[in-house]
Design a protein around this ligand. Structure first.
Ligand code: AMP
Length: 432
C-alpha cells in the first residue's frame, strides 16, 4: 500500500521519502482516506503509532485546493496539551508540506513565551494553528486570532488535555468555532470525560482502534533492577559506560533530583542535560532539540517529557525514580522502541519502591522479572526509612499546610494556568 493510493497527491512523495516513510502505518491507512472524505474521526491511538501524519497529511491535501485564510484567521485548529507537542506537530507539518505547490502557513502557539511574536505571526492568517488552549484563548481575547473560519478541529491527546484540567478552556474554544466543521479526536485512553466530549463533538465518526490501550511494542524490553537508593547514580554511570555511544532518557521524581543527577554525571565526564518545569521555555526547547540532534547523551527529565515527545531512535529509558502513576510508567517507557526500533526500559527498584513497583506491574498487567546487576546488588535488609509505604513528595511530618499556604498555591496554580504553563499548573495541583 502506498500513500498515494490512500488519496494523497504525488507531490507529498518526496517529503515522505525524505522522512523515510515507506508505507503508511495502520492508523494512517485508515485515517487518511476518511479525513480526505470529510468525515469526523475518532481514533484510539498512542503516540508512536504515526498519528500526527495520519491527520496532518490528509488536511494538507484538503488545504492544497483551498484559498489561504484571511488575516487573523485559521483554517485548521489543532489543540494539544503541551507546548512540546505543539512544536513537534508544527515541525511535522513543515516537513510534510515542503514540496506542496501551494505555500502552507502553520504556527505553534503556547504559553510561557512572549505573546507579541505570536500575535504578529497570526496577522496575515495561518492555515494551521497548533495551540495549547490557554494561550489560544489569550490570543482570541487580544483579537490576534478569530476562530470563526476554522473548518477542521483536531484534538490531539484529548485524554491528556482533560487530565491537565483543560475542560473549561476547551469548552470556551468550542463555543467560538463555527458549527459546520470537521472534527478529529485522538486519545490514548477513554475515561468518562473523554466519552462525554466525544458525544458532544463528533458527528457519525469513522472510528479507528489501532492499539489496545497500553499495548507496548514487542521490541521493547523492560528490565527491573533492584538497587540500593544511594547506588542508583553509580548504577546509571555503569549502564552509560556499557552503552557509551547510546542516548539515555532518565526520569526522576523532582526538578532538584534532575539537577543533582545531571551534575554528578557531568562531573563523571558524561554529557548530560536536564528537562523540567523550572527551566525557561527557551532552555526547555534547547535541551530537547540538542537531545534530538544527539548532541547530548543523557537527558534527565521529570514527567514533563513522558508524554507525546518523539525522540527517534532512542534506545534507552531509565526510571531512576519510579513514576507515581502506573499510567505514566507506560508513557515513559513508550519513549523508546518506537516505530519498530529496539529499545530497553530500565526501572531502578530500591527497597522503598518495592510495593509501588508491584502496583505499577499489576495495574498495567505486566510480567517483569526482577534482577540485580553484579557489583550493585541490593542490601538484603531495607534501611528503616524504606519501610515507609509510599515514595515521592510527602507533606513534612507534623507540618500540615496552613490555609494561607493552600491559598497561595491555588493562586500560583491559577497564574501558571493563565500563562499557559500547564505542566506547572498540573504538578502543583497534584502536589497540593
Ligand atoms: P507519532 O505517533 O505521530 O508521534 O509518530 C511516531 C513516529 O513515527 C515519528 O517519528 C514519525 O516520524 C514516525 N512515522 C510516522 N509515520 C511513519 C511511517 N509511515 N513510516 C515510518 N515512520 C513513520
Amino acid at each position: 500500500m502506498s500513500f498515494i493510493s490512500l488519496g494523497l497527491s504525488g507531490f507529498f512523495q518526496r517529503a515522505l521519502d525524505e522522512q523515510g516513510y515507506e508505507t503508511p502505518t495502520a492508523i494512517q491507512a485508515q485515517a487518511i482516506p476518511a479525513v480526505i472524505s470529510g468525515r469526523d474521526l475518532l481514533a484510539a491511538a498512542e503516540t508512536g503509532s504515526g498519528k500526527t501524519a495520519a491527520y496532518v497529511l490528509p488536511l494538507l491535501e484538503i488545504l492544497q485546493s483551498q484559498d489561504a485564510p484571511a488575516s487573523n484567521r485559521a483554517a485548521v485548529l489543532v489543540l494539544v496539551p503541551t507546548r512540546e507537542l505543539a512544536l513537534q506537530v508544527e515541525t511535522s507539518i513543515k516537513s510534510y508540506s515542503r514540496y506542496m505547490p501551494r505555500r502552507i502557513t502553520s504556527l505553534a502557539v503556547y504559553g510561557g513565551v512572549s505573546i507579541n511574536t505570536q500575535m504578529q505571526a497570526l496577522r496575515g492568517g495561518c492555515d494551521l494553528v497548533i495551540a495549547t488552549p490557554g494561550r489560544l484563548l489569550d490570543l482570541v481575547e487580544k483579537n490576534a486570532v478569530k476562530l470563526n473560519q476554522v473548518r477542521h478541529l483536531i484534538l490531539d491527546e484529548a485524554d491528556r488535555m482533560l487530565d491537565l484540567g483543560f475542560a473549561e478552556e476547551l469548552q470556551k474554544v468550542l463555543g467560538l468555532l463555527p458549527l459546520q466543521r470537521q472534527n478529529l479526536l485522538f486519545s490514548a485512553t477513554f475515561p468518562e470525560e473523554v466519552d462525554a466530549l466525544i458525544d458532544k463533538l463528533l458527528f457519525n465518526p469513522v472510528t479507528i482502534e489501532i492499539e489496545r490501550k497500553n499495548k507496548l511494542p514487542e521490541s521493547l524490553i523492560q528490565r527491573a533492577i533492584e538497587v540500593d537508593t544511594e547506588q542508583r547514580t553509580s548504577l546509571l554511570r555503569y549502564l552509560l559506560s556499557q552503552h557509551s555511544g547510546d542516548q539515555f532518557l532518565v526520569f526522576v521524581a523532582s526538578k532538584r533530583a534532575a539537577n543533582n543527577v545531571a551534575i554528578k554525571l557531568n562531573k563523571a565526564g558524561f554529557n548530560a542535560d536536564t528537562l523540567h518545569g523550572d527551566m525557561s521555555q527557551i532552555d526547555r526547547n534547547g535541551a530537547l532539540q540538542s537531545f534530538k540532534a544527539r548532541q547530548t547523551q543523557v537527558l534527565i527529565a521529570t514527567d514533563l517529557a513522558a508524554r507525546g515527545i518523539d525522540i527517534p531512535l532512542l534506545p534507552f529509558v531509565v526510571n531512576y525514580d519510579l513514576p507515581r502513576s502506573p499510567a505514566d510508567y507506560i508513557h515513559r517507557i513508550g519513549r523508546t522502541a518506537r516505530a519498530g526500533e529496539a529499545g530497553t526500559a530500565f526501572s531502578f527498584i530500591d527497597h522503598g519502591s518495592d510495593a509501588h513497583f508491584e502496583l505499577i506491574v499489576k495495574r498495567n498487567q505486566l510480567t517483569i522479572d526482577r534482577e540485580q546487576i553484579p557489583g550493585f546488588e541490593r542490601n538484603s535488609t531495607p534501611p528503616p526509612e524504606a519501610l515507609q509505604p509510599t515514595k515521592g513528595p510527602q507533606p513534612i511530618k507534623g507540618k500540615r499546610k496552613s490555609k494561607k499556604d493552600k491559598l497561595r498555591e491555588a493562586a500560583e496554580r491559577q497564574k501558571a494556568a493563565e500563562e499557559g504553563n500547564i505542566w506547572l499548573a498540573a504538578t502543583r495541583k497534584n502536589q497540593g
